[in-house]
Design a protein around this ligand. Structure first.
Ligand code: PFF
Length: 453
């Protein structure tokens, strides 16, 4: 690589910059919206328990694997695999990741746009008068089925994401996440303390944190594992790409550990905000599902003192969290075009940003905007195919590639340059070769059963 190439690729300015950016990718709608929804629908604390196990045993394993591959090759997912195993079909992992990134970005940005729309609504006082569940239901239905509003906020998210990515690693991703992530942490801690202070919060806390193991079943395990991949941004090469900007001196084990920890902490805190609040206000079930955040939160905030401020803060937080994830989703394909096709960063960012917008239009119109897309539930179908199946399949291929094609021994060499002892080596090697692939194969079989039955 000549100097121009290195400048065009960029690198992280410091370890903390990497951890903030990678946590920014991991922490998103998956933590604050999807995780509590999953907990509510899947037995409460028992789901939380399995989820934490899945993060430690499987998520951490795949996270480290992706960082190793990325840092070793200093390239995007396609280039990285080509670098390690030239002219082999394993490059497919990279192409699948790029496709998955563009497709997740398309529908994820629609939901991120909803969050921005709700920020505007809440801050402009739409929920300030008397708020009933019928009202929040009606406002959500009207909002999500209004093509103009939904497309406008969706476009805003895509434009901001593209703008940040076009500015590159140091000037764009790093500069923004350094500001946005600490802000997010402060906001979420603040809201968690506020929720714990609500009268009647202990009932919600025990639903959330006291596991009832008699509820444990295969579906809970399946969803907990799937949620771990989605939430940690694994399986599509995001962490290969972010790892490619890391210096050889970085301790990859501690970096992976920090990102897993920060992501899990935010998910757990999101639950600490949501469940005590839900249980403190009668009439709201934890099983409310995907409408939970948008239909129920304005109602909750309208019933607590200072709700206008907390409500606005909450949707600001959700928008910020979503944005630092959309940035990472766009970075994967952009890194490919910059590295492999010699495109400028600007050109790659705007071309792919535009493509994601076009791809996302049917998702944006599938909550009532256009009958046909609503009927086939386009957005959920995209989430199922790309957010579930494709990520799990990608993670499985990454394990196989690292464990059996490249070889654990060579991968370990990469870790040693920044962590000469690598105490977790035997456990990680066992997990990458056996535990994780077996768990993912079971998930994929389960998904197939659910899909066909
Ligand atoms: N991890 C993000 C979230 O929890 O919202 C979503 C995501 C981002 C998934 C990036 C995959 C990815 F590559």
């Amino acid at each position: 690589m000549d100097t121009k190439d290195i400048q065009e690729r960029g690198s992280w300015g410091s370890k903390i910059a990497f951890i903030l950016a990678a946590s920014g990718s991991a922490i998103g709608l998956g933590n604050i919206w999807r995780f509590p929804m999953m907990v509510g629908k899947n037995g409460g604390a028992v789901f939380v328990f399995v989820y934490i196990l899945a993060v430690i045993l499987i998520g951490f394993t795949v996270m480290l694997a992706e960082l190793i591959i990325g840092r070793h090759a200093q390239k995007n997912p396609v280039g990285a695999i080509e670098h390690i195993k030239p002219r082999s079909p394993w490059k497919f992992i990279g192409y699948l990741g790029i496709l998955t990134g563009v497709c997740i970005l398309s529908y994820y940005s629609v939901v991120a746009g909803w969050a921005v729309g709700y920020l505007v609504k809440t801050a402009s006082g739409v929920f300030s008068g008397e708020v009933t569940s019928q009202l929040t239901e009606r406002i959500f239905t009207e909002f999500s089925s209004n093509p103009f509003e939904v497309l406008l906020f969706f476009l805003i998210i895509i434009v901001i994401t593209t703008f940040i990515i076009s500015k590159g690693v140091k000037g764009g991703i790093e500069r923004w996440t350094k500001v946005l992530m600490p802000l997010l942490f402060i906001l979420i801690f603040f809201l968690a303390i506020r929720a714990l202070a609500l009268p009647g919060s202990s009932k919600g806390l025990s639903f959330y944190l006291k596991p009832d193991f008699s509820k444990l079943n295969g579906t809970i395990i399946l969803f907990a594992l799937g949620q771990a991949f989605f939430s940690l941004s694994l399986g599509m090469g995001t962490m290969i790409t972010y790892g490619s900007y890391l210096p050889k001196s970085d301790n990859l084990v501690s970096s992976a550990g920090w990102v897993c920890f920060a992501d899990t902490l935010i998910a757990i805190l999101a639950g600490i905000i949501i469940f005590p609040t839900l249980f403190a206000i009668p009439g709201i079930a934890p099983t409310a599902g995907s409408g939970l955040v948008f239909k129920v939160f304005p109602l909750i905030f309208s019933q607590i003192p200072g709700g206008f401020i907390f409500g606005s803060l909450f949707f600001l937080l959700l928008s910020v969290a979503a944005l630092t994830s959309t940035i990472s989703l766009l970075e994967v394909p952009v890194a490919y075009f910059v590295d492999e096709r010699n495109w400028s960063r600007k050109k790659a960012a705007w071309m792919i940003g535009f493509l994601s917008f076009v791809l996302g239009v049917p998702s944006a119109l599938s909550s009532g905007g256009v009958k046909f897309f609503t009927k086939i539930d386009f957005q959920n179908a995209m989430d199922f195919i790309f957010g579930n199946v494709s990520l799990a399949f990608g993670a499985l291929l990454i394990c196989f590639f690292l464990g059996y094609i490249w070889g654990v021994r060579k991968a370990v060499q990469e870790v040693l340059s920044g962590n000469p002892r690598f105490k977790l080596k035997p456990l990680w090697a066992f997990s990458i070769k056996f535990l994780t692939p077996v768990a993912i194969i079971i998930i994929l079989i389960f998904i197939k059963t659910i899909f066909s039955g």
